[in-house]
Structures are given as C-alpha cells and as structure tokens.
Design a protein. Structure first.
Length: 153
C-alpha cells in the first residue's frame, strides 16, 4: 500500500493519523494511542469523516477513564504503570496479539494505584477475572512489588 498523503488529527484529546493510500482510493485512520486500531474509509465517504471521528472520540470512554485515573498518579504509581505497560507490550509482541487482549489501560492504571496487590485486589480490578488472575497474577505481582519494596518470594 502506497501512502499518498497523511495528516495528524486531534479530537477531544485523542490523536489520530489519517493516510490517503493506493491511488487516492481510500483513507486509513489509526489511533496513535492504540496502534491496533485501524479504520479503512473509502475515498467517496470522506464527507462523513469528521462526524465519524467525533463519534469514535466520544465513544472512547475507557481512554478517558484511564486519563482521569492517571492525573492523580504519584511518581511511584506512574513508574508502576509504565513498567506494567512495557511488560504487557513485550508479552503481546511475543504472543502476536494486541496488548489490550492481555489487559486494558484502565486495568493497568487501577493495578498501579494499589498499595498492596493480592488475589482480592487483583480480582476487584475492572477487566480482570479468574483466567487473567491464573495467567498473569504472578508476573504482575513481581512488577508491582518491585516498586513497593516487597519481596515476591
């Protein structure tokens, strides 16, 4: 696919990248915060693009909740959040799946704010259940405890 033109668009604090591709036949819209998000738009539908972008930005409630949660982060919580995102990215890359399949940003934000991570606090986190507990708890606990001065042994 050849890119003919490209634009950066920001709507309601959400960043998008719009590319005109393949002989001006269609546009590809991607969300810069979530590289797994792609929307292919035929060129003849461009007149509805702005309206669609508004709808997409307004429906991104999880992203808004994550931003609100992150506004009150301490420096330590920011560090935990970044470490968890890096862990999730590496795991997703190894498994060849989108990172949000492992855990979404809101779940990572909630985990970052916990003073103590145990089974009950993990399972009370939005988006996490028994399967994710069994699959990821030990790794997440090691990361979390490394910032809170606890031993993971």
């Amino acid at each position: 696919m050849a890119i003919t033109k490209s634009w950066h668009i920001q709507i309601n604090d959400t960043n998008y990248f719009l590319e005109l591709r393949d002989n001006n036949d269609f546009y590809v819209l991607s969300n810069l915060e979530d590289p797994t998000y792609l929307l292919k738009i035929p060129a003849q539908d461009l007149s509805n693009l702005v309206k669609d972008l508004q709808n997409i930005a307004n429906s991104n409630k999880s992203s808004i909740k994550t931003k609100i949660a992150m506004e009150s982060f301490t420096e330590q919580e920011k560090s935990i959040y970044q470490a968890l995102k890096l862990w999730r990215y590496k795991l997703a890359k190894d498994q060849k799946i989108p990172p949000y399949i492992i855990m979404n940003n809101l779940s990572l934000a909630h985990l970052s704010k916990l003073k103590e991570l145990n089974k009950n606090t993990f399972l009370s986190t939005p988006g996490l259940g028994k399967i994710k507990f069994e699959t990821y708890f030990e790794e997440v606990k090691k990361i979390h405890d490394s910032f809170n001065g606890h031993s993971s042994f």
